[in-house]
Design a protein around this ligand. Structure first.
Ligand code: G4F
Length: 397
């Protein structure tokens, strides 16, 4: 594990692991097809368009809709480096289309060409801290992107059903606990503000033009496919690296922020259910339970049998295992304005959609930590992982 490699050897090793990864993904695809055959559906295949296909939710939703027998079209923004990691095993079954929600012309052409019955708008700048450094582009994608799609639907085919990925970040400095569809919004970041616009314009097009347009107000939803900058995955990946000796400690921000954390795989079903109702409505989707960032860290270390204790206060607080520091608080990860506590009341979704989350908090963290452990054991710490790390924090391989 702790070996030095020449550049050539490093490249060969990466290429070898890439091939190994592709073979495993193919195996997974065959297993999943055997285990869960496409539901028999005698009617003509429904066609769905997903924007933001390459993100965590896009990947789970595409998989879900394929199992339901849909023809799935995935819109993605062309970048110099194509990122299809999360949908690798589904790629052959999805129709990929280049498009950009900030460019209305591109959406109109796609709607004409694909003629979808349902559109799931999952495209977005979803990392809250980035919305302070890039507020304008966040608003272009998260706010103007929504009205571009709604206008395209109105002009091309107002019968298309539309799902908008709204967010619990809109509640921000929450005005009541737990939060329902009626709780007033108080966003605390440019991200939250951009999502409030997306929410209202969706509701407005429903009320103005009779579009079948729904807001799913999703609370935090996580999985092994979550980006490593989000706190749950940052913790699961860091704890797995510490357990395997790749890293000594990791740094974290506000330990006491509380969220209602659920499993993304469960939440995509709720998105689909919203578009299958007789009437378009908005729904809060969450588990109804909250945990702090500290709870996630405690649980993740418990899973790898390295229980920790906490010492100190504020930015001087540390988490120790057997007297050795494994977690350090750093103000670097504090936000200009924090959302301290979000807690969902998903009763309406339960009553009207018949939706309930299947995965609890402990199962979610276990799934994420085990996935990171298994991946690291199989492929080691790849250069692609290393480039995203704080190098001072990592022991050389
Ligand atoms: O994992 P987070 O970055 O997610 P956040 O900001 O709650 O947003 C996520 O959920 C929203 C739904 O409510 C989505 F709309 C949004 O797109 C995204 O998916 O941070 C969660 C909490 C925050 O309070 C943050 O301050 O964890 C706290 N935190 C503490 N230390 C940290 C860290 N967050 C990150 N990302 N990194 C840290 O080191």
């Amino acid at each position: 594990m702790n070996k030095e490699y020449s550049n050539e050897a490093k490249e060969l090793r990466e290429a070898f692991f890439k091939v190994k990864q592709d073979i495993n993904l193919l195996k997974d695809e065959i297993i999943s097809l055997k285990k869960e055959p496409i539901e028999k559906n005698n009617s003509i295949k429904k066609r769905a368009l997903i924007t933001g296909l390459t993100g965590q939710d896009g990947a789970y939703l595409a998989e879900f809709l394929l199992k339901k027998g849909y023809e799935v079209y995935g819109m993605h923004r062309r970048t110099s480096m194509e990122i299809f990691e999360r949908i690798q095993s589904l790629r052959k079954r999805i129709n990929l289309i280049d498009g950009d929600v900030t460019d209305m012309g591109s959406i109109m052409s796609i709607l004409k060409e694909v003629q979808p019955e349902e559109i799931y708008n999952l495209a977005g700048q979803s990392f809250v801290p980035a919305s302070w450094t890039q507020p304008i582009s966040t608003i272009k994608i998260n706010s103007l992107g929504v009205v571009n799609i709604l206008e395209s639907i109105r002009l091309i085919n107002p019968k298309i059903k539309f799902y908008q990925a709204s967010s619990s970040e809109m509640f921000g400095k929450a005005q009541e606990f737990p939060q329902t569809e009626k709780t007033p919004f108080y966003p605390r970041s440019p991200y939250g503000v951009s999502k409030v616009f997306g929410y209202w314009i969706t509701k407005n097009y429903r009320e103005s033009y009779g579009l079948f347009a729904c807001n799913g107000i999703l609370f935090n939803h996580e999985s092994p496919k979550r980006g490593k900058q989000f706190v749950t995955r940052k913790i699961s990946h860091s704890v797995a690296k510490i357990k395997l000796g790749y890293q000594d400690f990791f740094e974290i921000g506000n330990l006491d922020a509380k969220r209602d954390w659920g499993f993304a795989g469960d939440y995509v079903e709720a998105m689909w259910l919203m578009l299958q109702q007789n009437k378009p409505e908005d729904y809060v989707i969450g588990t109804g339970k909250t945990h702090s960032v500290r709870d996630i860290i405690d649980e993740a270390f418990r899973i790898v049998e390295m229980p920790i204790t906490w010492e100190g206060k504020g930015v001087n607080e540390v988490g120790k295992h057997n007297g050795k520091v494994v977690v350090k608080v750093s103000s670097k990860f504090y936000r200009p304005a924090e959302v301290e506590h979000l807690w969902a009341n998903p009763s309406k979704a339960k009553k009207e959609l018949g939706w309930i989350p299947k995965t609890n908090f402990k199962e979610l963290i276990k799934m994420m930590v085990e996935s990171d452990l298994n991946h690291l054991k199989e492929y080691g710490l790849l250069e692609s992982d290393r480039s995203r790390l704080d190098i001072n924090n990592v022991r050389r391989e």
